[in-house]
Design a protein. Sequence first.
Lengths: 225, 225, 225, 225
Amino acid sequence: MKTKILSIIILMALSLSSFKTAENPKRIVFFGDSITQAGVGKTGYITKMAEMLGTMGLASKYELIGAGIGGNKIYDLYLRHEEDVLAKNPNIVIIYVGINDVWHKTSSRTGTDADKFERFYNALINRLQKANIQVVICTPTVIGEKFDATNENDGDLNAYSNIIRKIATDNQCKLIDLRKTFLSFEEKNNIENKASGILTTDRVHLNEAGNQFLAETMWETIKTL
Amino acid sequence: MKTKILSIIILMALSLSSFKTAENPKRIVFFGDSITQAGVGKTGYITKMAEMLGTMGLASKYELIGAGIGGNKIYDLYLRHEEDVLAKNPNIVIIYVGINDVWHKTSSRTGTDADKFERFYNALINRLQKANIQVVICTPTVIGEKFDATNENDGDLNAYSNIIRKIATDNQCKLIDLRKTFLSFEEKNNIENKASGILTTDRVHLNEAGNQFLAETMWETIKTL
Amino acid sequence: MKTKILSIIILMALSLSSFKTAENPKRIVFFGDSITQAGVGKTGYITKMAEMLGTMGLASKYELIGAGIGGNKIYDLYLRHEEDVLAKNPNIVIIYVGINDVWHKTSSRTGTDADKFERFYNALINRLQKANIQVVICTPTVIGEKFDATNENDGDLNAYSNIIRKIATDNQCKLIDLRKTFLSFEEKNNIENKASGILTTDRVHLNEAGNQFLAETMWETIKTL
Amino acid sequence: MKTKILSIIILMALSLSSFKTAENPKRIVFFGDSITQAGVGKTGYITKMAEMLGTMGLASKYELIGAGIGGNKIYDLYLRHEEDVLAKNPNIVIIYVGINDVWHKTSSRTGTDADKFERFYNALINRLQKANIQVVICTPTVIGEKFDATNENDGDLNAYSNIIRKIATDNQCKLIDLRKTFLSFEEKNNIENKASGILTTDRVHLNEAGNQFLAETMWETIKTL
């Protein structure tokens, strides 16, 4: 699987280290689907976050690792968590998954039942927490950018977001409520109620503005860890 | 098809007719799916409306005809509009359809594409209006009573409701916006955000309170015709 | 709708008419979906049939009219049969439909239930036969060319073909059993059991060999009418 | 999960043990879905097999353990293989799964993509073989008993059966080709081509004859191990 992952380690410039420090950087694995796979691309959200860290002079404090694979659902993350997270020995994992679990119901009839989504998510968190990794989880962003609840998958996206909020509480994980943040953004900025083109290219995958917004949103939580 | 329809003519009590009137009653056909089929049952919405008319002393002014068949979508109404509406020679037809067009996408993969929904709806209205029938159309009620946009079909129900609102404008039909009215009711009265049991028995089909509420909602428009 | 249809009247060369004939050519409407829409294209099956007629010196005996629209299902044919068939006043109509009724179940969750497929088909035939048009119906060809019953929609395609065979018997229509003919061809010629590339370009739409084979198959029945 | 499994250990009558034997019985786990869950019921296939063993005087040679859970797909087996198979320390595991992976595509839009089906299956076998358990795998039986390839899911069932045959070869597992055996039985015995009632009660779940036939079919392979 290693060869298939576009997982790159973004090494921060160490040239700023005029300060002596024995401290290791915090290693963060971003664990997710195609959005995270693209996150390490030139304008991806992980790359954007690395740039932000550089600008803030925090480059040496964090090591950001992308571990996204296109089409992944919660059970795919479970299948590869040993190789792609545990083996990396991170301090923190940011799990950002759920879009395909909902979307594939309508695109290919291979979505994930709500009860199984919860079961696999809990099992995954349990494995990671046992390895002393701090787990942060995210609600899914959007499948369609219309803000008035007329995107076909909105009902399920909202329902699965509620499940993830419950999972965060049950497992005492930090939650990054991307769905809430993205919907607020759309309500303010998507004046023509378009299905795509504001934060996404195709209703799902993020354009550069979307990647920037995601990086900033995640950073608000990551900086507190 | 006649034998399959639970279409009854609810004859109004004529005993109240102390007033002399040469006027014919307004004949109204309710054209729809299983909710309308059940509408002529003991506690159905058409029966409820007939009772309301009796109480208001308006029994002799209206003739209410149920023409609902379970599982019907817009194209099924088109197929049987000659026999079940035109042949009845009504003054008014209330079309209340759309739930199955959305619901059957997820229940049996035989829903109706949005563009075809609009095409058949326009063709149906065109046929009825050409016969000098006043056409009133309704947005669909609910598939799941949760008011917070977490019912699986909410996105599509909202989108198809928008299509129906557009169709009403395009064809200069009166619109009864059932979806809006029902969602407002749920927001006020469905305190525990339950999926069923407030206005429906099973997320879709109306219980007695739902039938009463539907009768009252429709009457607000019908009385103005 | 007229403007959307790629319906062309293929006028037969009249130059051969050294014979005097008072006889009108047989007018045949081909009523169907995207395959029939493409049928009037440069290498489409209706064009191929016209070429065959020319070669056989039968050009003046037939007038071939394409009336296919992409994405059409049985109820779409019903909706437009007045404008696109009755108004053309043909002697014969060849109905070739059913692929989308099955395929859209899995591609977009908007297929046609088996019982409604039969109901609309019967209603359509009834309308056409009442206008003294000879109705010929076809079973659907293929969605995937594998001959060993491993194409995802094979079960339904076989079941809907059985329904069409029954409809032919019930309405005393000639049947062109395309599914049977195509499967026999695949069994003999699709040695590697490929999903496409033998008679189709993309598992459904016909390549030139497929169009030629379809034209020849249909001609075997048409010549007997 | 233990409490949810109807997993019983069918202890063989030890009364025959007039022979002294130091040999341990072969412990076999049957790992699957609702059919295996029902397999330990009064007329289930595991119970039937235990009865057969008793009759043949082989009761002391085998220990049969049911580990089926209704609704399970390949990834559900992967999730619980440690607790429900490895922890039981069996000599042999019979994996009989795949029906829900196909069926849930059409029943609830939560089936399993073919490529993921193969990936999880390989991963599961790998884990079990590493623990020195002999893995035997089965093709799925039926979703609908019609023998003429007109059951809606037949195409996919045949395709996933081919995948399982390939997996058996790739991992050097014994294969019990249930689909082939069941289809042969239907062809001989299902004279009226009925959808259920021959080996199943409801097109999927086995009646007593189906359980008996399954027990006998599996035994043909198990006795050789």
